[in-house]
Design a protein. Structure first.
Length: 216
């Protein structure tokens, strides 16, 4: 196995340690290098000083995978007296799959099989919709609003006041009950309001309405 090269050291880590990042290469295969005790506690670094592995260290190792050079990341999960006892492959097939992808702006990862990744385009609208947390905010992102209005009666014309309504909005309205046996005949949208013409005086009947954008 070649000498380890210390790339750097970060603060924090597992259990308050300061894990180090190492790289190395070997002609051994994955089964060999993941065997407990494969790496001794006095691995020589490039500057000639002993290298001691600690829990939390991350190692990038190039090894032989049935004749194919392969690079994987490993996490040291247990040591004894500075000697490697247990470590694990980080990601393994999943990381290899992701590492082989070529991505461009406005794309996202998805899986086509266990640990097999691909990319697909994602638009700004799709990202906005994914980020919503309620049905109301999801619909609002599409420019769709549900609400209700209760009229005072006395006229066949009912005015709905709603800041979500514009002159180009499509407003669909329907009475919540069949009181007074009136129906909606026409809805005219304006800036911040809509005028609903009914077949007669609806009284104080509650009207449910939906505001839709003029384009979809």
């Amino acid at each position: 196995m070649s000498d380890f090269l210390t790339l750097g050291q970060v603060t924090g880590g597992l259990g308050g340690t300061a894990p180090q990042l190492w790289v190395a290469s070997t002609d051994d295969d994955l089964a060999a290098i993941t065997t407990a005790g494969y790496v001794a506690d006095k691995v020589t670094t490039v500057d000639g000083t002993p290298g001691v592995l600690s829990v939390g260290d991350v190692m990038t190792i190039s090894y032989d995978d049935d004749g194919t050079p392969t690079t994987q990341m490993f996490l040291v999960t247990s040591t004894s007296g500075g000697s490697l006892v247990v470590w694990s492959v980080i990601g393994n097939a999943a990381l290899s799959s992701i590492g082989g992808l070529t991505t461009i702006a406005n794309e996202m990862l998805y899986t086509t099989a266990p640990d097999v990744y691909a990319v697909t385009a994602i638009t700004a609208l799709a990202r906005t919709l994914i980020a919503t947390s309620t049905a109301a905010t999801f619909l609002a992102a599409l420019g769709i609003y549900f609400n209700r209005s209760t009229g005072a009666g006395g006229s066949a014309s009912v005015t709905i006041t709603d800041a979500n309504i514009s002159s180009t909005s499509i407003v669909l309205a329907q009475f919540q009950t069949s009181a007074n046996a009136v129906s909606v005949e026409k809805v005219t949208a304006g800036s911040g309001s809509a005028v609903v013409l009914c077949s007669g005086d609806p009284g104080a009947n509650t009207m449910n309405y939906i505001v839709l954008p003029d384009t979809v």
